[in-house]
Each structure stands twice: as C-alpha cells, then as structure tokens.
Design a protein around this ligand. Structure first.
Ligand SMILES: NC(=O)C1=CN([C@@H]2O[C@H](COP(=O)(O)OP(=O)(O)OC[C@H]3O[C@@H](n4cnc5c(N)ncnc54)[C@H](OP(=O)(O)O)[C@@H]3O)[C@@H](O)[C@H]2O)C=CC1
Ligand SMILES: CC(C)(CO)C(=O)C(=O)O
Length: 294
C-alpha cells in the first residue's frame, strides 16, 4: 500500500494513476474516514471516476508520498511520523528548496527521497482533477538510508504509467527547477499574467538580467555546476515560451488567496545569500512583492 500525505492536485494525480486498491490518503488527525471521490481527466482519453480510501490506523504503508505544499510539510509529517515505522521510505514532492532540508535534518535516520517532477495537475473544482501536462519525475535520495530504497520506490511509482527515473544528482535537479521557478513564478504572480505573456512585460525585461546575475552567483555558492547569467535567462525564457498558456502555480495560489511557496523559491535564495554575506536584492524585492499580494 502506497500512502499519500496531501490529497491535493499532485497527491490525487498519483492516487488516480497508481494501481487501484494499492493506494490510500493519510488522514489528518480526527478526519472523517469517508473515501474521496473525484473525476480524473487524463492528458488524453476519457475522464473516469476515482475513489480513494483513507489509510486506517492498522495499515502500514510500503512508501509514503508527501504531496503537501512546502510550507505545510514539516507540520504534516510531525503528526504522521510518530506512528510510521522508521523503515518506511518517504518521497518529498515539494517545489523549491528548504523544506526538503528541514525534513531531512529533522529525521536524519529515516529513508528520505526527493522528487523533482514536471508533471502538471490542477483542481478547478474540489471533486475534479485535471492532468494538464505529462512530464518526468526524477527521484533521488536525500538521506543515507534513502539510497537503498530508491530503485524499489522508482519501480513502485512506475506502475502508475507516469515517467519515473532514478536520479543520482537529485539536488542538481531540484536546483534546475528552482532556477526556472525563481525566474517565472514571482513575475507571473506580480504581473498577473500567463507564463508566455511575461517576455513582453517591461517589469520582467527590467529585472530578469540582474536576477540571472544573482542566480548564477548563488549556484556557485551552493556548489552547483557553473551556469552563466545568459544561459540561465535562455532556460527561463525557453520554459516560459514552452508553457506559454500556463498559469504558474504561484499566480494560481495568489488568485485563489492561498499561501504561496515564495519562501521556498526566491525567499530560499535570499536566505542562502545572507548565510554567505552576499546581497540578493532582486530575489529580496520579488519575495517582498509576492508576500504583499496576499
Ligand atoms: N500541482 C502540480 O502540478 C505540481 C505541484 N508540485 C508541488 O507539489 C506540492 C503539492 O502541490 P499541489 O498538489 O499542487 O498542492 P495542493 O494545495 O493542491 O495540495 C496540497 C494538499 O496538502 C493538504 N495538506 C496540507 N496540510 C496537511 C496536513 N497537515 N495533513 C494532510 N494534508 C495536508 C492540503 O489540504 P487542504 O487543501 O485541506 O489544506 C492539500 O489537499 C507543492 O510543493 C507543489 O509545488 C510540483 C510540481 C507540479
Ligand atoms: C514551470 C512552471 C513555471 C510552469 O508553470 C512551474 O513549475 C510552476 O508553475 O510552478
């Protein structure tokens, strides 16, 4: 049984695609045990009805997928882990950086893996899940005990039919995603525009170059392979073009009045810069501007 903590868009995508009967959501304390029903629209093909039970106190999962937002993850796991044997591997799906390290530092002996995924899923209604774009999920270990579990977990997740690949360099993958999110998400939230509309916006054109200068220096601070500001800008703009019709997750959060993950994207970069006495004024400005939106 694969357990999923966080029955939102990402959690429901895995729940709908993993083999029926082998997956359950982890309830919040005192949550009603009535199964979750929703309509699942795959990338292609007809929609289907999905019913997912909640994990009972008697069941011990083989793997725990953690699909809460970055800011909710530590608190959510603190409720769940006391009842979960220390041998059960868990996979963290959060965007950005910082929350994964908090979890690995809090439970260093547990088998903890991180996923960097380009799958796209959203919930226009609570009882509807749309798989908006097929992507790739890369999985790698964050703690030493996680290494032995990686390939087994990859095989288990492949039974979903989604593309899942083991990664030796998961921190590199998470950094590459962080760079793209840092260069697209705050701008789309502040400008209230689609990803593809960014490139023509004077505010984006004014700040993208100094932002990429900071990102390039911060990659070096983090011990990541060097990438020039120009290379970073090309990547960010290529992803904005490739996802032109998307509302970024940060803009969607702002539009829905939900907390954003800015503290784990540009905010994480500001904290990293502060630790080495470097200034990151563009990341700081973007972080403040997004925090001011809600
Ligand atoms: N959706 C996507 O396409 C992608 C998402 N990601 C990342 O995956 C993570 C999850 O994203 P997404 O699924 O979109 O977010 P959602 O907000 O849709 O889902 C998060 C879920 O976690 C639940 N939750 C929060 N706290 C707890 C708790 N203590 N116990 C149990 N459940 C809890 C929320 O419940 P409630 O709503 O009741 O608060 C919600 O159902 C994010 O970090 C995101 O960046 C990465 C790539 C793509
Ligand atoms: C790549 C991008 C910007 C696609 O919308 C994304 O990951 C997000 O919205 O969080």
């Amino acid at each position: 049984m694969i357990a999923i903590l966080g029955a939102g868009s990402m959690g429901r995508l895995w729940a709908a695609t993993l083999p029926a009967g082998q997956v359950a959501f982890v309830p919040r304390p005192a949550q009603s045990p009535a199964p979750e029903h929703y309509d699942f629209s795959p990338v292609s093909g007809p929609s289907r009805n999905i019913t997912i039970p909640w994990l009972s106190a008697r069941q011990t999962p083989t793997t725990l997928l953690v699909t809460t937002k970055a800011g909710d993850t530590l608190a959510a796991l603190s409720c769940v882990l006391p009842a979960l044997p220390e041998s059960v591997p868990m996979v963290l799906f959060q965007n950005g950086l910082g929350s994964q390290q908090q979890v690995a530092d809090t439970w260093p002996n547990r088998p903890i893996l991180a996923a960097a995924t380009t799958e796209g899923a959203n919930r226009p209604r609570p009882d509807q899940l749309i798989h908006a774009g097929a992507g790739t999920t890369r999985l790698g270990a964050l703690t030493d005990t996680g290494k032995a579990h990686r390939d087994t977990v990859v095989e288990a997740l492949k039974s979903s039919g989604l593309t899942v690949i083991p990664a030796d360099d998961i921190m590199h993958r998470l950094w590459q995603k962080l760079i793209v999110n840092a260069g697209i998400n705050p701008f789309t939230a502040i400008l209230d525009c689609l990803n593809g509309e960014l490139l023509q916006q004077p505010f984006f054109q004014q700040w993208i170059e100094p932002l990429c200068n900071e990102l390039s220096q911060l990659l070096e601070v983090a011990g990541q392979p060097a990438q020039s500001p120009r290379q970073l800008r090309e990547r960010i703009e290529a992803v904005a073009r490739a996802t032109a019709g998307n509302t970024s997750s940060m803009r969607a959060d702002v539009l829905a009045g939900r907390a954003t993950e800015i503290a784990y994207i540009n905010g994480y970069l500001v904290r990293l810069a502060e630790r080495v006495d470097m200034d990151a004024p563009v990341n700081r400005m973007l972080t403040h501007r997004v925090k001011d939106l809600i």
